[in-house]
Design a binder for this molecule. Sequence first.
Ligand code: GLY
Length: 375
Amino acid sequence: MNNKIGRREFVLTGAAAGLSATAISTVQAAAPAVHTGASKPVVVSSANGFTMKNGGKLNCVETAFDRMAKGEDVLDALIAGVNIVELDPEDASVGYGGRPNADGVVQLDSCCMHGPKKQAGGVAAIEGVRTPSLVAKAVMEFTDHHLIVGQGATEFARSLGFKIEDDLNTENSRRMWLDWKRRIDPDHYLDPKLRVAAGHEAGLEMVTEGLIGEDEYYGTINCNGVNHKGDVCGVTTTSGLSWKIPGRAGDSPVLGAGLYVDGDYGAAGSTGRGEANLFGLCSFVVVEELRRGKSPLDAGMEALRRIQRNTVEKRLLNSRALPGFNVSFYVINKAGDYAGVAMYSHNDERRFAVCTENGAELAKVEALLEGSAAS
Ligand code: GLY
């Protein structure tokens, strides 16, 4: 038996000695771990925040960390980081060159949250703007709203002077969309249900054939950071599910789903199958677990367990009756502890990006389940 006892457990045990079980749980519920004092500055993101540089010298997490260290507002620093990925045509899951919807139109989702200011903004299914994260921030700064969608989002961006382009496809994103389209039986377009099933199967087939990466299918970047003062912020931005039904919004633009920040406790955001995360508002779940005193790793695992429990439809299960998809969370607390977790690590191959005072690296993602989503 492990006789070691953590400081927090010790404090709770000591304080609660002599109280009834009910009283103890009341003490625990009423005494969340608030971090006071200096924080260890850190920026975490999905792995594309390390690999994409858009032809420049720095990646997303390095850029965000550098700016944060120079005293820039944490959210501004994080958005400058994800802008690199949004603008990079090589990233086929975010911003310019992201995967288009079933009609071949690139529709983008994003949201951001500012911990200290307790402000948030988001856009969904916006067209023509390469950097939806900046429009999400404009929703936060210039409106009384938290989410603007579709044509309204595009017009909102236009009214603020954002450049609206006719088409955000690149040669590659258009070629892959045409390949996907070719695989769909045109007869199925008469039946929306069959069309969705056929579209999903064709997409997975293309992942299996290695034409597109698994991460690109639901691809996204989430980036969260905390500075030495303990200011916590986060941003998520994506082109969403590849070849989605036009107008489909996933988890990324929805507060509590693709991103949640509580300035007193921490931040979490996600990549992967948006519907699974949206159903349980799991970034909120993660931050709520941080508030209850869990570590970033344990908090992330709790959200993954919830997703697993909620996945009961046969079509969503693999041959082991486990979730047939991946979802990842990138988690930081106010103290600067962090973790990257996923439903599957695919034989330890999954990584997430992290930047601290020691520089940027790809760190190992901890998985809830062994093996892979596919089997
Ligand atoms: N997580 C990205 C999406 O499902 O749209």
